[in-house]
Design a protein around this ligand. Sequence first.
Ligand SMILES: [Zn+2]
Length: 199
Amino acid sequence: MGATFEKATEDEVDFLQEVMVEFEPDLAAKRVTVAFLFARGETTDAGHYKPPLVKKGVRAIADVKINSYADRVEGKSDATIRYDVEQWDQHSDAVRRAVLHHELHHLMLQMGEYGVKTDDAGRPMLKMRPHDFEVGWFKDIAAIHGHNAVETHQAGLLLDDAGQMLWPWAPDAPKPLDAFDKSIRSRASRAAAASASAN
Ligand SMILES: [Zn+2]
């Protein structure tokens, strides 16, 4: 049967709308409409769990798609966000907000000579904003090829470009660590200790 989908409740749609108004006000100002669906995975007869949203073979938390002009004419919203319901259930509101903001951030208004371009249905035209960082790394490749591996090279670039932003718990962090930073730092040092003893 595959993944199943259900519409978010009115409260959850309001939550998404609040995230848009707060963090992506340009989209809200142009009244970009975004449908909100929950996706549920399935367990096969053999007992194998299949997650509902998969990107490049890896389970995803959520995704977003821009709907075509024809779909919009048919009554669909301008875009659709799908969120893995099992992960939603485990997430705090703060994490949900960050995930929804991430998906909304993919949506960019297409600008023309006279401002935001609209399609023949009068809807704002959108395009996808790509990630600033895309990570696709193999542990084995980094382990075997060391500093010659793309994995190691990219990790170094990330540390240089965005170290304090992405890794606020880094050893040279300029600010006092909060509980989250501390938990990540202790997880990182446990992992380092484990790999050191394994070598
Ligand atoms: Zn993304």
